[in-house]
Design a protein around this ligand. Structure first.
Ligand SMILES: [Zn+2]
Length: 98
């Protein structure tokens, strides 16, 4: 019976050691080289390279029906008025009375 316990303890020890070793291998090498991360600002001469900024300088339009603001490129223009959707462009007369 004591031999069985001994073997169990040995197996647990081995498993623990292997697990700790695997963890050390899986973990990223965060020690040592902590500097040098990030983009190098000394690229090129005078062209300033910022982060990728999406072109969201599009002008907004206001729906004549519901008052919703939306990109002007998606507007539905009817009779010189901008609408957010064809449905609103089609039924401008269904506005609430008052
Ligand atoms: Zn609308």
């Amino acid at each position: 019976m004591t031999r069985l316990l001994f073997w169990i303890a040995l197996i647990i020890l081995v498993v623990w050691a292997v697990r700790s070793k695997v963890r050390a291998m899986m973990a990223p090498p965060a020690q040592g080289m902590g500097q040098g991360m990030g983009p190098d600002p000394r690229q090129g001469g005078g062209d300033a390279r910022y982060r990728r900024v999406p072109d969201e300088t599009e002008s907004m339009a206001c729906c004549a029906e519901c008052g919703l603001y939306f990109p002007a490129s998606e507007s539905v223009r009817v009779d010189g008025r901008d609408y957010c959707s064809p449905a609103h462009a089609r039924q401008p007369s269904l506005r609430k009375p008052g």
